[in-house]
Design a protein. Sequence first.
Length: 228
Amino acid sequence: MKEKFVRFGEYGLASVLHSPNEKASACVITCHGLYSSKDSEKYVSIGRRFCEEGLAVLRFDFRGCGESGGVFEETSLTGRIEDLELALDFVEEQGYESVGVMGSSLDGTVSILVAAKDKRIKALVTWATPCYLNELFRGEIIKGFEKLRQDVNNYDVVKAVKNMHCPILIVHGSSDEQVPLSHADVLYENANEPKDIQIIEGADHRLTNLLHREKATELTLNWFKKYL
């Protein structure tokens, strides 16, 4: 397995491309949550685990996060959508035949919004993903971020998931303290087939329990192995 550090886009989006020893035909892009980064233990382990099964992985920092340029407090859905599109462009340039996206929390939402319009995404997995972002602002789960607060009104996540036509797996913890389980139910009810929902009993929002994280990782891996 090889791990190569790369940058792309106007903000120099910092990324690591995990490549199996034998050339992979498919690549999975991981999209970290609002307060996370590509170097979170869960994404590093996904990169290495997926490579063991012959899948390449690109984990990247959104603008303003991790090692990428930009200002964190100025984050917006529009900017993060643009960043994921740039990641798709980069992966396409590497010559992979199919691309999947795994998005966590806010960036599961971003992944849905992009997958609804970008046919390059052949399979999608979301972890702990909200569909009603204004609820999170009202509950002060997301504090500050005025640009993001205003921007969420420009997007309809439920409408987007209805317009998606790639297979989607929705993973959510039964004890998620930030995004209610009802959000996962709404996403599942409005998604097109093929679709699946997996509730991890006792898991919190960040999947801090290693066993919960490993279960989510294996569910995600199997989904991409099936559809990519």
